[in-house]
Design a protein around this ligand. Structure first.
Ligand code: UD1
Length: 378
């Protein structure tokens, strides 16, 4: 059985690592080939992650790079078609919700190749997010859908996806987190490395900020207000701020760089996986607009303030450490103050976030493919 596994952007890398390991445990009956679309290409966004996570070099790299959504998606489609034709996989496996996910699923589905979506059924209900469109369409194209939280089942059923295609397996991103936690790089060494030894005064003394959503960083007023809010929080909780390339470009374009030149904030380049893990693990609070970080902080029991109006990962709010803050400065500051008062830590874990999600996926997928090959298309 040949399975073509796709990655494109940073959050995909953490998800594919345990899946590749779980599939390779079934060799030689199964052959897993890794295709990288090249949506993310900077060393900091890319090869650092492959190395830290022990992901093998991709068998194919489509090197699509950046572009408008249409250009990026179309370029992936054109280039992946050739690989699918040559390799003729039994299934194409995609993770997450980035443009590469949808582009590859669409090409495979039309060629009659089984499409497998890991992290299916998450919905923010907000179609202004490009990822929401990618999620809805990828799920419609998928033959087999693996979910991270139980509510995803109802989201998929409401969109007409047959129940027998949906499998609740847990969270592969958390497989990776649990596996790598012992190797996390301590935050103190990062502060020193970036020229500010003693910044944040060690475990529990600092917070983490990440921003990259177009809705937060593409308009100067929104971005300036968020940075000002971060500076005010930084006065009590110094903030380490790994800056996404999109955000760095926006800060330069809008002339907001001066705001980062402050005692309360430590900007740094995008970090490797083990550095980011170390940073989150010992943080007093994480402020973010990322999807994955909402889940990672829940797994770590670290309070998370999400700088968005909604989340596609409600379990992190219901059972985890996450609070949806939006972008109103007063609300963000109030949440931060409340959290300082009560500590905000919780250690309840969502079901199946136990490090075994990828093993479950491999077992279900192989069984399904065997049965499909044996006759009735199931
Ligand atoms: C993408 C995903 C998003 C994910 C994020 C994680 C989509 C629609 N969005 O957003 O869901 O949370 O990745 O990082 O797929 N750039 C570089 N170097 C790189 C990659 C990007 O400099 O290696 C810059 C380019 O200026 C590019 C911009 O970042 O135009 C945006 O990159 P893109 O891949 O389009 O989307 P992200 O914002 O990274």
């Amino acid at each position: 059985l040949r399975i073509l596994c796709v990655v494109g952007a940073r959050p995909n890398f953490m998800k594919i690592a345990p899946i590749l390991t779980a599939l390779k445990a079934h060799a030689p009956a199964v052959e897993a080939r890794l295709l990288h679309t090249g949506q993310h290409y900077d060393v900091a966004m890319n090869s650092q992650y492959f190395e830290a996570l022990g992901i093998p070099a991709p068998d194919d790299n489509l090197e699509v790079g950046s572009g408008s959504h249409a250009a990026q998606t179309a370029e992936v489609m054109l280039r992946v078609e050739k690989v699918i034709d040559q390799y003729a996989p039994d299934a194409l496996l995609v993770v997450g919700d980035v443009n590469s996910t949808l582009a590859c699923a669409l090409v495979a589905a039309k060629k009659g190749i089984a499409v497998v979506h890991v992290e299916a059924g998450l919905r923010s209900g907000d179609r202004a997010m490009p990822e929401e469109i990618n999620r809805v369409l990828t799920d419609q194209l998928s033959d087999l859908l693996f979910t991270t939280e139980e509510g995803a089942f109802d989201n998929l059923r409401a969109e007409g996806v047959a129940a027998e295609r949906i499998h609740f397996v847990g969270n592969v991103m958390i497989d990776t987190l649990l596996h790598n936690l012992p190797r996390a790089v301590p935050a103190t060494s990062l502060a020193a490395q970036h020229g500010r030894p003693g910044f944040g005064a060690g475990p529990g003394g600092y917070g983490v900020l990440t921003l990259h959503r177009p809705s937060n960083v593409d308009q100067p007023e929104t971005l300036a207000a968020l940075l000002d809010t971060a500076l005010r929080i930084g006065a009590t909780t110094p903030l380490m701020f790994p800056v996404h390339p999109r955000t760095r470009a926006a800060i330069e374009r809008f002339g907001l760089g001066g705001r980062l030149d402050a005692a309360a904030i430590l900007p740094m380049p995008p970090l490797g996986y083990l550095e980011m893990l170390g940073l989150m693990k010992d943080a007093r609070v994480v402020l973010t607009d990322s999807g994955g970080i909402q889940e990672e902080t829940t797994a770590l029991g670290v309070p998370c303030i999400t700088l968005r109006e909604n989340t596609e990962r409600p379990i992190t709010v219901e059972q985890g450490t996450n609070t949806i803050a939006g972008t109103d400065p007063a609300r963000i500051l109030a949440l931060h103050a409340a959290l300082l008062a009560d500590g905000g830590k919780r250690d309840r874990q969502p079901r199946h976030w136990d490090g075994q999600a990828a093993v479950r996926i491999a077992a279900i997928l192989l069984d399904w493919l065997e049965r499909r090959r044996g006759g009735g298309h199931g």
